[in-house]
Design a protein around this ligand. Structure first.
Ligand SMILES: [Fe+2]
Ligand SMILES: [Fe+2]
Length: 294
């Protein structure tokens, strides 16, 4: 790509770097939560055991649980109370969100890109994918939330570990419009889907999540049994960009692809529009308390 610096770090080399970087500090708790989410027999005592392994987490969970977003009439003083007042599923989401948010702090905005914008985008995709599963498919959507939240984890890996090259790429995208994945392929020889997929495999994430992260820009490449799941992430990603919750300057793929996936999932546009409104409202509430709670 014109003007882009090439990097010499291979995908395998980058994934090795992840393991020795601070990024890997979230691995234990995130992996544990993802197993709980995908295990229908998991109980709240498994969750409590997991929280106990990460002492600073309790205080953070309670801070989020007592924020205006989850406002209940009572002050939540411990995890048992949080389980009662907020519920097992929401608590799992809070923990995953809290741990993931640790990766998106700091950094300096370049053009339209910042870690905060990427985090806001990820939250939007998570909420949209979950709400589609809840309202349209009658499922809890915890996996869809997790995949939405983590789908662009490869971007934050590039930002953190290939920082100079990634910032340069973001700048180039402002001047030469093209899909982020094209720019990454020219600059790095791989894109953030592949980086995220490699990380998800190394960290033993559930197979559905590996595909959700790895193929969110190319759902047809996913295993057949996960394709509808991955298309939900694609649709949510596309719609959040379209709604102004993107994080980098880039043209969106042909809208016909979006239309096709919406048909494949049997979704109606009026239902999707209602869901987008719900998500915009949720994001508005989250924005009021701050996207990144310390
Ligand atoms: Fe992406
Ligand atoms: Fe995305």
């Amino acid at each position: 790509m014109d003007g882009a610096k090439k990097t010499n770090i291979s995908l395998a080399g980058l994934l090795e770097l992840v393991e020795t970087s601070t990024l890997s500090s979230i691995k234990g708790t995130v992996g544990g939560i993802l197993s709980l989410i995908s295990d229908p027999t998991a109980s709240s005592s498994d969750l409590i055991k997991l929280i106990e392994l990460d002492p600073p987490l309790t205080a953070k969970i309670l801070r989020v649980a007592n924020s205006s977003y989850y406002a209940t009439s009572k002050t939540i003083g411990d995890i048992q109370q949080a389980l009662i007042w907020i519920g097992f599923d929401t608590l799992k989401e809070i923990i995953l969100t809290q741990k993931m948010s640790e990766l998106y702090r700091g950094g300096t905005p370049v053009g339209g890109y910042s870690r905060l914008q990427l985090w806001r985008h990820s939250l939007g995709v998570a909420l949209l994918a979950k709400t589609i599963y809840r309202r349209e498919f009658g499922e809890k959507g915890n996996n869809a939330y997790a995949a939405g939240l983590m789908h662009d984890i490869g971007v934050i890996v590039e930002d953190q570990l290939l920082h100079r090259e990634f910032m340069h790429l973001v700048q180039v995208l402002e001047d030469i419009p093209q899909p982020l994945t094209d720019g990454e392929n020219s600059c790095f020889g791989y894109d953030h889907g592949l980086v995220g997929k490699g990380l998800a495999e190394n960290w033993n994430f559930p197979a559905e999540l590996i595909d959700g992260i790895g193929f969110h820009h190319d759902p047809e490449g996913a295993r057949e049994e996960h394709r509808l799941f991955v298309k939900t992430i694609f649709i949510s990603d596309y719609l959040m960009f379209e709604q102004g919750y993107g994080y980098v300057a880039m043209p969106l793929p042909d809208r016909e692809i979006l239309q096709q996936y919406v048909r494949d999932l049997g979704l109606q546009w009026y239902a999707l529009r209602a869901i987008i409104e719900i998500v915009r409202e949720e994001l508005g509430k989250i924005e009021q308390k701050g996207y990144l709670i310390a």
